[in-house]
Design a protein around this ligand. Structure first.
Ligand SMILES: C[S@@+](CC[C@H](N)C(=O)[O-])C[C@H]1O[C@@H](n2cnc3c(N)ncnc32)[C@H](O)[C@@H]1O
Length: 236
């Protein structure tokens, strides 16, 4: 029996209309859908986006990823999850692994893909890009990400603002994802570096409760939800 193909599918940032035709066409034909279960609400959101496109009865299976920085526990989870996916593929079934935004941007799909390439290099893997959260955020805020000779970097705020301090001198603009947990400290850094004027916080882009917050200095006690990102511009 021929192995099935694994499709790493970006389902877009949340608005159910921001999924590609290619993703929809593939979703119509897969037998199983996998999604990471750990990130807050992302699983149910990604499931909600793909559900209307699936054949009747196709299961959406959550894969558990522990919320830890313990490398050993993480590696064990990636291995276990990759094994679960490969078992389905070896039954000859095509499967999709769905990711909010794009699968190559801060997605657990990356770990699964690398593990499968290591353990079962013959498995066919195809990646379908998705519109990222920050592309949708830039559009919603009407904020140009980059133009002319400018550069921009995409960084994570999961560990706070040190990375921002390290790179801001070399970049014109910075996109920071995963800002919710350390937002207060990140905002302090933006104030310290005099970057609040050209910065915008976009929360729940394309979803109920979408919020676009400018003049960040004026809302020092703001508590953003999990799905929040910053676009930081040095010039405005
Ligand atoms: C694990 S990363 C996933 C990024 C995703 N793969 C992408 O391409 O945008 C999760 C982070 O993406 C950002 N994010 C995802 N969807 C969002 C949305 N609808 N609105 C605002 N930020 C979002 C937030 O910064 C969140 O903490």
């Amino acid at each position: 029996m021929q192995n099935g193909t694994l499709y790493g599918i970006g389902v877009g940032p949340g608005d159910p209309e921001l999924i590609t035709l290619k993703a929809v066409n593939i979703l119509r034909n897969v037998a199983v859908v996998f999604a990471a279960a750990s990130t807050k609400n992302s699983h149910s959101l990604a499931e909600k986006i793909v559900s209307p496109h699936l054949k009747e009865g196709v299961p959406v299976k959550p894969l558990g990823f522990p919320m830890t920085r313990d490398k050993q526990r993480l590696t064990a989870a990636w291995k276990e999850n990759a094994h679960i996916v490969v078992e389905t593929l070896k039954e000859g079934e095509d499967a999709a692994f769905i990711t909010l935004g794009d699968p190559m941007i801060y997605s657990t799909f990356g770990y699964i893909m690398l593990k499968i390439k290591e353990t079962d290099p013959d498995i066919s893997i195809e990646i379908i890009p998705g519109i990222t959260s920050y592309q949708a955020g830039a559009a919603a805020a009407g904020q140009i990400l980059v133009e002319a000779e400018e550069s921009y970097a995409v960084i994570s705020g999961a560990l706070g603002s040190q990375k921002l301090k390290d790179i801001i001198d070399h970049m014109d603009n910075v996109v920071m994802l995963k800002v919710y947990r350390n937002y207060k400290e990140i905002l302090d850094t933006l104030n310290e570096l005099d970057l609040t004027t050209g910065s915008v916080l976009i929360s729940r882009c394309g979803l109920d409760g979408e919020e676009i917050l400018w003049n960040l200095k004026d809302s020092p006690d703001h508590v953003p939800p999990y799905l929040s990102l910053l676009i930081i511009k040095k010039k405005d």
